[in-house]
Design a protein around this ligand. Structure first.
Ligand code: DGY
Length: 327
């Protein structure tokens, strides 16, 4: 008998076919609305496999209801929406989709960096409002990117890819990471810095750490005050790592220059959110990995991971190896 799998969203065709061949699927029927809690709670009861997105909270309650569950696969690299320790306790492998999205996400981090420095969105809005009367020496002047210092918080795969892009702009790269990485220092010339030192010396600070209890509120007014008045803060990791109220105060009070945000504490970010009123904020709807090719690869990798786990094999990208070590 085919294993029953719950899929919490319409997913790209190829991935769907891979799952359909091997499993009996229950799929949330919408592509632009997340599965309701009610749907999850009802459908998890029969499911042996769960294919989810970062929009679903897979907490203890859901895991308890899903007592036939033997595999969880998320179509994302971040998995802070899943109670991994509860899954581990129940012996359920949790898998994610790293690597395939590294370069695409690094591209977007750089797009935000350039957009904040050179006021790209603000300038475009200015033109569309009909305010462009003439070329003027200091009109919409921004900050230089070439030759500037880039500070990367979190030197994982994406951090490394962002740093590599910086070399084309003759930038100096500082990084901060839990573990110092001599290999990137040697290979690319990145320099390790303590967090405060990185914040005070960088012209651009890019946040790339995963969300956890250690990184929640990592950047508050205390940290923002250390930054240069001309610096931009870019967050393509998770909302909640930066305190949004403090960021608003820093942006309106001239503490920092600009922010490029692909992620928010609450997503979708409410339209009346104060940060959205600011011209020096470039705000995007969590599209870091959103290229057609990358999202297709993520969907396939998540399907592959799920099928391997259901077959009792170690999936390609396993978040909780303890599950296999125990067995
Ligand atoms: C992830 O994968 O965690 C990103 O936030 C979306 O690609």
């Amino acid at each position: 008998m085919k294993p029953k799998v719950l899929v919490t969203r319409q997913i790209p065709e190829d991935a769907l076919r891979m799952l359909e061949e091997a499993c009996e699927l229950k799929i949330w029927p919408h592509s632009d609305v997340p599965a309701t809690r009610e749907f999850l709670e009802k459908e998890i009861v029969d499911a042996e496999g769960l294919y989810c997105l970062l929009t679903e909270k897979i907490d203890k309650d859901i895991l308890e209801k899903g007592n036939r569950l033997r595999a969880i696969s998320t179509m994302a690299v971040g998995y802070n929406n899943i109670d991994v320790s509860a899954a581990t306790e129940r012996g359920i492998p949790v898998s994610n989709t790293p690597d395939v999205l590294t370069e695409t996400t690094a591209d977007l981090a750089f797009a935000l960096l350039l957009a904040t420095a050179r006021r790209v969105v603000e300038s475009s809005d200015f033109l569309r409002r009909g305010e462009w009367k003439t070329w003027s020496p200091m009109l919409l002047t921004g900050q230089d990117v070439y030759g500037a210092t880039l500070g990367i918080i979190g030197m994982g795969r994406i951090g490394e890819a962002v740093g590599r892009r910086a070399s084309g702009f003759d930038m100096k790269v500082l990084y901060h990471n839990r573990r110092r990485k001599p290999e990137v220092e040697e290979k690319y010339g990145f320099e390790y810095a303590e967090l405060n030192q990185l914040l005070s010396q960088s012209d651009f600070v890019v946040i790339l750490v995963p969300y956890s209890s250690e990184t929640a509120n990592l950047i508050t007014m205390d940290q923002l005050r250390l930054m240069k008045k001309t610096a931009s803060l870019i967050n393509v990791a998770r909302g909640g790592i930066v305190n949004e109220k403090d960021l608003y105060d820093a942006l309106t009070g001239g503490v920092i220059w600009a922010a490029g945000l692909d992620v928010f504490e609450t997503e979708p970010v409410p339209l009346d959110h104060p940060l959205l009123t600011l011209p020096n904020v470039v705000a995007l709807p969590h599209i870091g990995s959103a290229s057609i090719r990358t999202r297709t690869k993520m969907a396939q990798l998540a399907a592959e991971n799920l099928l391997m786990s259901l077959a009792g094999q170690r999936p390609k990208c396993l978040v909780n190896p303890e599950v296999f070590e125990k067995n």
